[in-house]
Write a protein that binds this ligand. Structure first.
Ligand code: IPE
Ligand code: IPE
Ligand code: MG
Length: 234
């Protein structure tokens, strides 16, 4: 595959953990735990393929609707994976957390801020982790910041353009989103990177996230490479 046929930035909607566990008669959190292992492996598969950046949807602004024990299980899993995320940051990988981390427990929040800060000059690969992330929330925040600046006469509302919003999104330092992969059979964005996905390609797959393999990634990227992206042109 030629370089421009490899997506620079892939978004992964890591879905299907609960169903995967249920099929095995196990608690849903067992599925999340398996899913987290696949998350770790997928980072390396992306790097091997020459992808520059991968963003993983780990917890949405809507996922708080789940039973407290499931939410707690996911947060504890995050605590366990912080070590691995730190290790990745040592391999010249930059970590960017997308989402409002303010409501997360203090220990998790401080670790994440530190990992983001200490990895910000890393250049080999970018891992985005969407945590308490919602695309609508992201755009609403940008709107609020711009409104405050306009109120303070720091900007002229007439000069607000797409770029003004883009600069305020969590992805401002990432390459444009080329491909969104959603396993689990669902065919929707569920509030993931809704602005950024305006011209992304989508590959929906029937595999459940804990069963997602390197071959699945390869086949999604192959499908991407055969798409004709026109961006409104001809
Ligand atoms: C995705 O798997 C993980 C999170 C949303 C945290 P799900 O938990 O949504 O799995 P299904 O969709 O119920 O199978
Ligand atoms: C999207 O999956 C969120 C994550 C994968 C973190 P959901 O399972 O929450 O999405 P819906 O509810 O099926 O749309
Ligand atoms: Mg789901």
């Amino acid at each position: 595959m030629e370089e421009n046929q490899i997506p620079a930035h892939i978004g992964f909607i890591m879905d299907g953990n609960g169903r995967w566990a249920k099929k095995r008669g196990m608690p849903r959190n067992f599925g999340h735990s398996k899913g987290a292992e696949v998350f770790k492996k997928t980072i390396n598969w992306c790097r091997e393929l020459g992808v520059k950046c991968a963003t993983f949807y780990a917890f949405s602004t809507e996922n708080w609707r789940r039973p407290p024990d499931e939410v707690e299980g996911i947060m504890n899993l995050l605590r366990r994976y912080i070590k691995d995320i730190r290790a990745a940051a040592k391999e010249n990988i930059r970590i960017i957390i997308l989402g409002d981390i303010a409501p997360l427990a203090e220990d998790i929040r401080l670790e994440l801020i530190d990992i983001m800060d200490s990895s910000k000059d890393n250049t080999e690969f970018i891992v985005g982790i969407a945590l308490n992330y919602g695309g609508r929330d992201e755009i609403t925040r940008a709107a609020k910041i711009l409104a405050k600046k306009a109120e303070a006469h720091e900007i002229d509302p007439e000069h607000i353009c797409e770029g003004s919003i883009e600069q305020l999104l969590y992805t401002s330092e990432m390459p444009p989103l080329d491909l969104v992969i959603r396993p689990s059979g669902e065919q929707r964005l569920s509030n993931f990177l809704i602005w950024q996905a305006a011209y992304a390609e989508f590959v929906f797959m029937d595999v459940l996230w804990p069963d997602f393999t390197k071959n699945d990634l390869r086949s999604a990227v192959t499908e991407y490479s055969q798409r004709n992206r026109r961006f409104g042109g001809i």
